[in-house]
Design a protein around this ligand. Structure first.
Ligand code: GLP
Length: 260
């Protein structure tokens, strides 16, 4: 894992967006794994800016979202379908048929989950997966105790996650109890992963994910097993990392192009 500490969430968003742009410039038909939550919002805003300036084309891009609440219609203001449409898809030029988001309203979850996994394979796998992290260390909706080889499936949300996400709903009772989510095993198959976190509320989760043991209690810690994950954090989210100085040293000494 490479840890990149940025001064502010805005710097973090710009750096992560640059990384997405690099992938798309090298492979215009890349498959992107998309995340919801407040953390990746800045990255989406940066990508939209690049697109509006004519510097980034999404016309050949395919996307797969990580998760969706079960029981919310796609038009519900808090559904992840709505979130992605409002904050990203309506603002760029990804063809509608290339966008995949798990269904929170299917009548047959096992069949839908198997189809979702198969679609990812048919599209050649995910080139770059964007991830946030829950305060309990989850990625997507892989709550503590999720198998580290889990695949897309229905998951019961932890009380902590329901509490955390209640701020987006009128009442806590309105937060769905179930979600459909890519599994940890599904996520680990992405070729590149960027994990984003900002704010002091994420400091414990980031320290556990990056420097703690690999454990299903902190599903983000499974990323330690992934060959190419970069962790973008702002100062407060980095505040509990013991090896902080070393991470900065690595960035400072990053070899540039070899001398000609
Ligand atoms: C939800 C999502 C996760 C996200 C997490 C953190 O649980 N399923 O993908 O990482 O929220 O959200 P935020 O970025 O708003 O803190």
């Amino acid at each position: 894992m490479e840890v990149i500490v940025q001064k502010t969430p805005e710097d973090m968003a710009r750096a992560a967006a640059r990384e997405v742009a690099n992938v798309l410039n090298a492979k215009p038909n890349a498959v992107l794994g998309m995340a919801t939550g407040s953390t990746p919002l800045g990255v989406y805003q940066e990508l939209v800016k690049l697109h509006k300036r004519g510097e980034l084309d999404f016309s050949h891009v395919t996307t797969f979202n990580l998760d969706e609440y079960v029981g919310l219609p796609i038009t519900h203001p808090q559904s992840y379908h709505q979130f992605m449409h409002e904050n990203f898809f309506r603002l760029v030029n990804i063809p509608a048929q290339n966008i995949h988001i798990p269904s929170g309203t299917t009548t047959n979850y096992p069949a839908f989950c198997a189809w979702y996994e198969q679609r990812i394979r048919e599209c050649g796998g995910i080139d770059l997966q964007i991830l946030g992290i829950g305060s309990d260390g989850h990625i997507a909706f892989n709550e503590p105790g999720s198998s580290l080889s889990s695949r897309t499936r229905l998951k019961t949300l932890a009380k902590q996650t329901i509490d955390d996400n209640a701020r987006f709903f009128e009442r806590r009772e309105d937060v769905p109890i179930y979600a459909i989510t890519m599994g940890v095993g599904t996520i680990l198959e992405a070729r590149e992963i960027i994990l984003l976190a900002n704010g002091a509320k994420k400091a414990d989760a980031i320290a556990a994910a990056v420097e703690g043991p690999v454990t299903s209690m902190i599903t983000a810690s499974a990323l330690q097993m992934h060959p190419s994950t970069r962790v973008y954090v702002d100062e407060p989210a980095a505040s509990k990392l013991k090896m902080r100085e070393y991470y900065d040293w690595i960035q400072e000494k990053m070899p540039g192009a070899p001398p000609a």
